[in-house]
Design a protein around this ligand. Structure first.
Ligand code: SAM
Ligand code: SF4
Ligand code: SF4
Length: 333
């Protein structure tokens, strides 16, 4: 098994399929007063064949779970064709996708047909003033909720992820919990992180999971559940007397670097061994200049074997913003 300096195996791969997004979430890709984002050219993006070749190589190295992400992955033309290609890889145990859900109603059926059984939808509130202001483009939660319903109707398992930022949407915690409890859909709360350099992150805007837990359990008592598998990032609970789960991803207050088995592949074919990295290793250029699978395997092993990342555990030791970090919309969360 391929392990890094801290003994962590390479088990998960997150593939960003585009750096573009139809949302401008204030904590991720905020609107920039008329200044345009500079997106990758089409020729810089990996083709589906290139993505699939890399995915196969990663699976041969021990990766068991692949998640497609972005930017917004449903903006990538014919994403269902890519899902079908990756779904066929022998040895891959789990394929999922993370989306903001805006285009889900349209694509859910095609995604299911292509073999997608699971997806995560990001939704940060239900309120018709709060959620449109967070996503920056005025989209109301009803269109995301319709996408979720459609995905479930098509037979896809859905989990919902909510980033909580104090003063932005903490008042939506209990309404979101109540809504998804009723719907019997797992909701996971994510602590607001200092990824990238555009969101002006401040520690005092982070709402620790413990506070969220307390807020919910005052209204709806919660019982803790055991870890499902090694490296599971969400601490799971269920509403007492039910099988409905709720999860807490405490990247800031209880970092989980010790179990971090994830590698990230950007849409332009670079691998990053941490969300907080400033530099990646370019696999796409190697592929395009004729590297064999063995050459690429050697490149990946070389990167993983010297990996020492544990940014979240050392957060206090790093300057908060050094202007060189990769953005969440580039690497996909
Ligand atoms: N556009 C898709 C979406 O929003 O689901 C996929 C890409 S998005 C970068 C992946 C996840 O990262 C989303 O759940 C989003 O809420 C989360 N995210 C983005 N910026 C974040 C931040 N600063 N702190 C915590 N989570 C963040
Ligand atoms: Fe887009 Fe997802 Fe970032 Fe929101 S969180 S701006 S939907 S990439
Ligand atoms: Fe993994 Fe880096 Fe996050 Fe730690 S900070 S859990 S090493 S991505």
């Amino acid at each position: 098994m391929l392990t890094d300096v801290l003994g962590r195996p390479l088990l998960d791969l997150r593939i960003s399929v585009t750096d573009r997004c139809n949302f401008r979430c204030t904590y991720c890709m905020p609107e920039t007063d008329g200044q345009k984002y500079c997106f990758m050219k089409k020729s810089a993006l990996m083709t589906f064949e290139e993505i699939t070749r890399l995915a196969e190589i990663f699976v041969s190295l021990g990766v068991r779970k692949i998640r497609l992400t972005g930017g917004e992955p449903l903006l990538r033309k014919e994403i269902d064709r890519l899902v079908a290609m990756i779904h066929k890889i022998a040895g891959l145990e789990d394929l999922s996708l993370t989306t903001n859900g805006f285009l889900l109603k349209r694509y859910a059926f095609a995604l299911k047909q292509a073999g997608l059984d699971r997806l995560n939808v990001s939704l940060d509130g239900l309120d018709d003033e709060i959620f449109p202001a967070i996503n920056g483009v005025g989209v109301k939660s009803s269109s995301i909720l319709e996408g979720i319903d459609e995905a479930i109707r098509c037979g896809i398992k859905v989990k919902v992820n909510m980033v909580v930022k104090k003063g932005m949407n903490d008042c939506e915690i209990v309404p979101m919990a109540a809504y998804f409890k009723e719907k019997e859909i797992t909701l996971r709360f994510i602590e607001y992180m200092d990824v990238g350099s555009r969101n002006g992150w401040k520690l005092d805007e982070v709402m620790p999971s413990k506070e969220i837990f307390n807020m919910i359990s005052e209204k709806m008592p919660l019982e803790p559940l055991k870890e499902n598998y090694y490296g599971e990032v969400a601490k799971r609970c269920r509403y007492a007397g039910t099988d409905v789960e709720v999860g807490f991803i405490s990247s800031v207050s209880q970092p989980f670097c010790g179990d971090c088995t994830r590698c990230r592949l950007s849409a332009d074919g670079k691998i990053y061994t941490c969300l907080f990295a400033s530099r990646g290793t370019d696999l796409l250029s190697s592929m395009r200049s004729g590297a064999s699978n063995d050459d690429i395997i050697a490149q990946i092993k070389g990167v993983w074997r010297i990996r020492r990342d544990r940014y979240s555990q050392e957060r206090g030791k790093h300057p908060t913003l050094n202007g060189k970090r990769i953005e969440m919309s580039y690497i996909g969360g």
